[in-house]
Design a protein around this ligand. Structure first.
Ligand code: 13P
Ligand code: SF4
Length: 328
C-alpha cells in the first residue's frame, strides 16, 4: 500500500483522483517517462503507439493524458468527441519545437516527388502536412510496406531517421531536429559504465545519436526496451533512454539492476525530460477537477492531421474499435 500523497491543503490526492476518475468517467493514460506516482495511478502506461491506439479506442468521456502536448493532441485528433486534458499545457517537446509548421510546409513544397513520413513527436499542424505518421515502434513495419524507390522526407528527428535509414537501407531525406534528452547521453561515460559492467547489455532508444546506438545491444521504442529488460537473462541492464521508464522495469523484474546511461558529466539530470516533468500529481488532480487545461484543435486541421495518423494505425495493424480500453 503506497503512502498517501497529500498536498493542496492536505488532500489525499490519490483518493481524490480515484473519485474524480469515476465521477468524470475518465481514463488516465501515461507515458513511461512520467514520474512513478503518475504511472502507478494510470489506467494504462505505454509507448506512443500504444497510447495512440488506446486513445482511439477508449469509451471514457474524459482522457487525462499524462505525457507531452503532442501526445494529448493525438488523443484529441483520434477522439474528438472526448474531453482531453493535459495536466500542464506547457509540456511540449524539443522535437516538436525543432519543426515549425511553416518551414516544414516549405520543405515539403520544395520536394514534390517525396512523401512525408513524420515522427509522431510533432505538432498537429505538422501532422496535417504529412502523409503517414510513424512512432519508433511502428516505423519499420510501415517502411516495409513502401516501395524501396519511394522518395521520403523524414521529420523531425534526424537520429531516428538515420537509424531507420541504416536499418532498412533507405536514403530518406532527414529534417535536422533532435531530442535534447537523448542527445545528452555521453559516449565516454557510457563506455566507462560498460567497463564497470562488462556483462550488462545496453538498451537504447533510437532518438539517441549514432555514437550511442553503436554501443547498444538492442534499439527500440520505450516499450521494446522495457520488454527486452524484462525478458533478458542478464541481471544488470544499462538503459539509454529517459530514466523514469526504469520504474516499470523495477516493478516487473525486482531482482535485476537497471542503470540509467549517464549524461555528459556522468551525474547530471540532463537526460530527464523537462517537459514530461511538468506534469505532477497535483496538476493531474486539478485537471480532473476543473477539466482544464483542455486540448482544443481547429476542426479542419484536426481532420487533416487524422488522415496520416489513421494510416499509421492501419499500416501498423492497430486500427481498433471502440471499447477495448476502459477505466481500471
Ligand atoms: P516512444 O514512442 O518510444 O514511447 O517514444 C516517445 C518519446 O517521446 C521518446 O522520447
Ligand atoms: Fe520530446 Fe525528447 Fe521529451 Fe521525448 S524525451 S517528449 S522526444 S523532449
Amino acid at each position: 500500500m503506497n503512502a498517501p500523497v497529500t498536498s493542496l491543503a492536505g488532500l489525499d490526492l490519490r483518493a481524490e483522483i480515484e473519485r474524480l476518475r469515476r465521477e468524470r468517467n475518465a481514463v488516465i493514460l501515461a507515458h513511461y517517462y512520467q514520474e512513478p506516482e503518475i504511472q502507478d495511478l494510470a489506467d494504462f502506461v505505454g509507448d506512443s503507439l500504444d497510447l495512440s491506439a488506446k486513445a482511439a479506442a477508449t469509451d471514457a468521456e474524459v482522457i487525462a493524458f499524462c505525457g507531452v502536448r503532442f501526445m494529448a493532441e493525438v488523443a484529441k485528433i483520434l477522439s474528438p468527441d472526448k474531453t482531453v486534458v493535459l495536466p500542464d499545457m506547457a509540456a511540449g517537446c524539443s522535437l516538436e519545437d525543432s519543426c515549425p509548421p511553416e518551414q516544414f510546409a516549405a520543405f515539403r513544397a520544395a520536394h514534390p516527388d517525396h512523401i512525408a513520413l513524420t515522427y509522431i513527436n510533432c505538432s498537429a499542424a505538422v501532422k496535417a502536412h504529412s502523409d503517414i505518421i510513424v512512432t519508433s515502434s511502428s516505423a519499420e513495419t510501415i517502411l516495409s510496406q513502401l516501395p524501396m524507390d519511394q522518395k521520403i522526407i523524414f521529420a523531425p528527428d534526424r537520429n531516428l531517421g538515420a537509424w531507420f535509414n541504416r536499418k532498412t537501407g533507405r536514403d530518406m531525406l532527414l529534417w535536422p531536429g533532435a531530442c535534447i534528452v537523448h542527445e545528452a547521453f555521453s559516449e565516454t561515460e557510457l563506455l566507462k559504465l560498460k567497463i564497470e559492467h562488462p556483462d550488462a547489455p545496453v538498451a537504447a532508444h533510437p532518438e539517441c545519436p549514432a555514437f550511442i546506438l553503436d554501443h547498444a545491444d538492442v534499439v527500440g521504442s520505450t516499450r521494446a526496451i522495457l520488454d527486452f529488460a524484462l525478458g533478458t537473462s542478464a541481471d544488470t541492464i544499462i538503459v539509454a533512454t529517459e530514466p523514469h521508464i526504469i520504474h516499470q522495469m523495477e516493478k516487473g523484474a525486482p531482482g535485476k539492476r537497471f542503470i540509467g546511461a549517464p549524461g555528459a558529466d556522468g551525474n547530471c539530470n540532463c537526460n530527464m525530460c523537462p517537459y514530461m516533468a511538468m506534469n505532477t500529481i497535483e496538476k493531474l488532480y486539478l485537471a480532473l477537477r476543473d477539466l482544464e487545461p483542455r486540448i482544443e484543435l481547429d476542426e479542419a486541421m484536426r481532420i487533416a492531421a487524422k488522415r496520416p495518423l489513421d494510416r499509421m494505425l492501419e499500416m501498423a495493424g492497430r486500427s481498433v474499435g471502440r471499447g477495448d480500453v476502459g477505466r481500471r
